[in-house]
Design a binder for this molecule. Sequence first.
Ligand code: HEC
Length: 215
Amino acid sequence: MARVIALIKANPAATSVAAGLFVLAMLVAILIGLPPPFMIALYVVFVVVAWRIYRWRMRGHDPRPATAPGGILATSTAVAFVIVALAAQAVPYGRSHSNPAITGEPQWANAETRALMVRACFDCHSNEVEWPWYSNVAPLSWAVTKHVDDGRNKVNYSEFDQPQRDADKSLEEVENGSMPPPYYTFGGVHSDAKLTPAEMTTLLEGLAATPGLSE
Ligand code: HEC
């Protein structure tokens, strides 16, 4: 521990870069709705790999300088970034893009209600998920898979033959603006899911008139 503190004190530049990258990683996690533990794990692996590469490249320097040479530190960091980005693609989680059979749907009040729900909700709460191209690229694939897993877990509008524990919160979630989640439509992505005030009124009326979707 004392050694680590001494290292940090001797390398203010490297420490600020590491801290800056951590903040950046966490901001990206929030933006794409990736749960922090995933991003922290990725970051820790990255720091360890960068450190190992740096140590390896400094193997000839004896005694090792207290302050890391900037060039070697920068290239070690860059190489570690590439290695970890590639290795992340090999993680099995997030690769299966399932769409199980549709076994039952709510008795939609009308076709328009269903259409609006497909646009705004089915990418996370159905077995008709349109897996985007970036759902093949980690860590985005982890985020997308987590959203679909958690979303289906709460309510799956494609398996309405079975009890869906939070289905009756559908109206409320849309009304208070919690669903779809803010990250889903951030910066103009999934603009289809961004409903106009008129569409919103139609959807809320439709949800109220569909059995099981309000309390
Ligand atoms: C990007 C994926 C995504 C989209 C799109 C989405 N949801 Fe969700 N939904 C989730 C996730 C993830 C959860 C679980 C959230 C949690 O546990 O905090 C959830 C939870 C819910 C819940 C349960 C809430 C609770 O507190 O138990 C309801 C009801 C719901 N969503 C309805 C909807 C409706 C209706 C739409 C469309 C208007 C929608 N969702 C769109 C991902 C999504």
